[in-house]
Ligand binder design. Structure first.
Ligand code: HEC
Ligand code: HEC
Length: 308
């Protein structure tokens, strides 16, 4: 047999067959599949009765933002909360982004989530003893946690941040809330030992937050690990400057990246005493003053861990 005459001439039929075999082999071999994780779900309750189960809140995916009529504003808000220092240098004094404290873009319980914020305000805040709406609350964090200056209440930046929080609330009716806690609990009868706290800081925190609490920036000057004290940290008027508020955050979110159970970052590494000791230590290190402090707790109901 003449080998040369046994040449396969491509015909449309063979081309189709080859394509089919190719397709079969593609589906047969292990194509990487996107990993699907179930969205987090929490019970909805009425705002005044946390035991009444009336439905379910499903954590939305960020890609769903694109379906919203105000998608541009929501996405802008999401960026502003993540990259606050870089995008709003005139309003942010500290080396801090909003999401330096509002963990995972405000989406996890015990990490200062924004999930209920849209529905929680306006409300009377104990610190000011007056009615505070969401815009004022956000500007409170600008002035204290970010050691900066407030945003224009009607400007596109404020609208965008509120739009992100409203989207995250997923049309939960005003009189309902998602049944999660914004912060964990620590035993506030424990007395902090700053000497022991410093040892914990050196062992568990300094790798990321720096030997002098100064944090770490990348080569472009963007924040990687935010500072815990010094001129570039939050000021004494911030909630995080109070020992027990800080301890409640630290116990359930730090040291970041280590966990023994539960959600990522929900450490469970530190005991209540550890968290109170390390927080007593870093909250009392030098940090900027806050001029507006004179107006706080006007009728004298100042909590015992206030810095002034
Ligand atoms: C240094 C940490 C820190 C930074 C930075 C920070 N916050 Fe906060 N924020 C907190 C803490 C802690 C609370 C809870 C305060 C309390 O319980 O008194 C809070 C509360 C809030 C609330 C109210 C939440 C609720 O549902 O009651 C909103 C809204 C908020 N912050 C928005 C922002 C925005 C926007 C920024 C950036 C401009 C920001 N925060 C920056 C620590 C921070
Ligand atoms: C593996 C790195 C890492 C370690 C270790 C770590 N943190 Fe953090 N910490 C972070 C990151 C990152 C953030 C900002 C949150 C984010 O970007 O998601 C943060 C935020 C914070 C904040 C709020 C923002 C600020 O600057 O005030 C506090 C307070 C804090 N950490 C305290 C601690 C304490 C106390 C320890 C030790 C017990 C600790 N951290 C250990 C990475 C770390």
């Amino acid at each position: 047999m003449n080998i040369a005459s046994f040449k396969i001439t491509p015909t449309p039929a063979i081309a189709v067959l080859t394509a089919a075999i190719f397709a079969i082999s593609l589906s047969g071999c292990s194509q990487p599949e996107p990993v699907e994780q179930n969205a987090a779900e929490y019970k909805l309750v009425t705002a005044d009765d946390a035991n009444k189960d009336i439905g379910t809140y499903v954590m939305p995916q960020d890609t769903a933002i694109l379906d919203e009529p105000n998608a541009d504003s929501i996405l802008y808000g999401k960026r502003l909360l993540n990259e606050t220092k870089r995008l709003l240098p005139d309003n942010v004094g500290a080396q801090m982004n909003c999401n330096s404290c509002h963990i995972a873009q405000g989406k996890i319980p015990l990490g200062d989530p924004y999930i209920n914020s849209y529905n929680t305000y306006p409300r009377v805040m104990p610190r000011s003893e007056s009615m505070v709406d969401l815009e004022l609350r956000i500007n409170g964090c600008f002035k204290r946690s970010m050691n900066g200056v407030p945003l224009d209440r009607e400007g596109p930046e404020m609208i965008a941040m509120v739009d992100y929080m409203q989207w995250l609330s997923q049309n939960t009716p005003k009189e309902q809330k998602v049944n999660i806690d914004n912060a964990g609990k620590v035993d506030t009868s424990l007395v902090g030992d700053p000497v022991r706290g410093e040892k914990i800081y050196d062992a568990q925190c300094a790798t990321c937050h720096g030997d002098n609490g100064e944090g770490i920036k990348d080569s472009r000057g963007d924040i990687v690990f935010p500072p815990l004290w010094g001129d570039e940290s939050f000021n004494i008027g911030a909630g995080m400057a109070r020992t027990y508020k800080a301890a409640a955050f630290v116990k359930y979110n730090m040291p970041m990246g280590i966990q023994t159970q539960g959600l990522w970052g929900h450490g469970n590494v530190l005991s209540d005493q550890d968290a109170v000791d390390v927080s007593e230590f870093f909250t009392h290190k030098p940090r900027p003053d806050f001029a507006g402090k004179v107006n706080d707790w006007p009728s004298g109901k100042k909590p015992k861990d206030a810095r002034y």
